[in-house]
Design a protein around this ligand. Structure first.
Ligand code: ATP
Ligand code: MG
Length: 393
């Protein structure tokens, strides 16, 4: 079934009540290109309150921006009221959103001509800016004067570069010059949006070309994760090194203020958290052998390579983590289950009932074995335990 079919119900319903409604944005662009369609967006002259009245299941997402999610067979469709965006004073969000009854005005506020095409339920297009020609010629060109459009909203520059990778398109000369001119405004874009765009960039087909654009327009100098890297290093980055850069930023910023807003995948979060935990432990002077025991080879290895890339911590800390990598190979046991003793034997030999003392004792034994002060045999361990008991009497 066509991805547009659910959204078609939305167009038909709105039209049956006398409203205009069109498919718009990335889905129309991708449809014209013959690419796989993801989310289908709808634009309409119906107001948000009306949209909510006309459909059974809706979710308010950004009603103040005119967007309501309509659920058709549990399939979410973003329906947005025609709008214009008035003045921008902070380079990222319009100061106020005003609704309009004109499709042309709605299309005019969109970023690139390829994204400013409306399509009706019979797949006929309304394309006042000749977006289909830009698509044919693989051009990333703004609706209106590029310099003004980037000055209004700096995020558009990141989107432009992301589209190079995602669609294998090229910046027009005007677009590229305007990016070069306005690129310092990227500082007004939130880290979360930057990461989102960069992730899409790295997932695209033409990552190399997009990275060259990051370098050629000097954009990388305004991206927090990349500003310390050289041009050559930027060309060598990949999605993984983006995450590495984030970890490095987090190391510098222990408040973790970035971490919460990045909305990374579970795996990425785990990767970052493990490295940060390891660093925290190293900072609080946990010995290398202990670090080696506590963390997997992967986590230690990743953290070491991160630190080699960005030696921003003090030498002794780095040494402790590097030593942990070596110690990992030499550990007498890899985890507690490899101890040649267990709770049952200890209770039996000491003639004591189970209780919190048992965990404390096992942790102590484990520590002695890891540190190489006690051999991992039942006989040695029991001797040591009895000896400890006598000393504590
Ligand atoms: P994707 O394939 O990643 O979904 P998209 O073009 O659909 O790409 P969305 O973020 O889903 O991107 O936005 C939907 C549409 O909203 C865009 O196609 C564009 O018309 C408009 N749009 C999005 N962001 C901006 C922006 N910063 N400035 C102007 N128009 C925008
Ligand atoms: Mg989209």
């Amino acid at each position: 079934m066509n991805r547009f079919d659910h959204a078609k119900t939305v167009l038909e319903t709105l039209e049956s009540y006398g409203f205009e409604a069109y498919f718009v944005g990335g889905s129309v662009r991708d449809y014209i290109m013959g690419r796989e369609i993801h989310d289908v967006d709808v634009t309409t002259n119906a107001r948000p309150e009306t949209i909510k009245d006309l459909f059974q299941k809706t979710i308010d997402v950004g009603i103040e921006h005119g967007t309501v999610i309509v659920l058709i067979d549990d399939e979410p469709i973003e329906v947005t009221t025609y709008r214009t965006e008035t003045t921008y004073t902070d380079y990222r969000r319009p100061d106020s959103v005003s609704f309009t009854t004109s499709l042309l005005e709605d299309l005019s506020r969109r970023d690139f001509t390829m994204n400013a095409i409306a399509m009706d339920k019979n797949m006929n297009i309304e394309d006042p800016f000749d977006g289909h020609i830009a698509i044919e010629e693989k051009r990333i060109e703004t609706v209106g004067i590029a310099d003004e459009r980037f000055n209004e909203d700096a995020l558009r520059m990141l989107r432009a570069v992301r589209f190079i990778s995602q669609l294998e398109f090229n910046l027009t000369t005007e677009t590229e010059d305007a990016i070069r001119k306005n690129v310092s405004l990227i500082k007004y874009v939130s880290i979360e949006r930057i990461v989102k765009e960069l992730k899409k960039l790295y997932e695209g087909k033409n990552v190399t070309e997009a990275k060259h654009a990051l370098v050629n327009t000097n954009m990388y100098r305004h991206i927090p994760f990349f500003k310390t890297l050289s041009r050559t290093e930027i060309i060598e980055t990949n999605a993984h090194s983006l995450i590495d850069e984030i970890v490095v930023q987090l190391i510098k910023d222990p408040s973790m203020s970035y971490a919460n807003i990045l909305k990374l995948s579970n795996n990425e979060t785990k990767y970052i958290k493990n490295s940060l935990r390891l660093l925290d432990d190293a900072r609080s002077n946990l010995e290398s052998k202990r670090l080696a025991f506590k963390y997997s080879e992967d986590v230690i290895g990743n953290t070491v390579s991160l630190l080699e890339l960005n030696p921003i911590l003090d030498e002794s800390l780095i040494k402790r983590i590097k030593d942990a990598k070596i110690e990992k190979q030499k550990l007498p046991i890899k985890n507690r289950s490899e101890l040649e003793i267990n709770g049952r034997i200890l209770m039996e030999k000491l003639n004591k009932k189970g209780g919190p003392w048992l965990q404390t004792l096992l942790t102590k034994i484990e520590g002695e074995v890891i540190m190489g002060r006690l051999k991992n045999t039942e006989k040695d361990i029991l001797e040591w335990v009895l000896n400890e008991q006598e000393n504590n009497l």
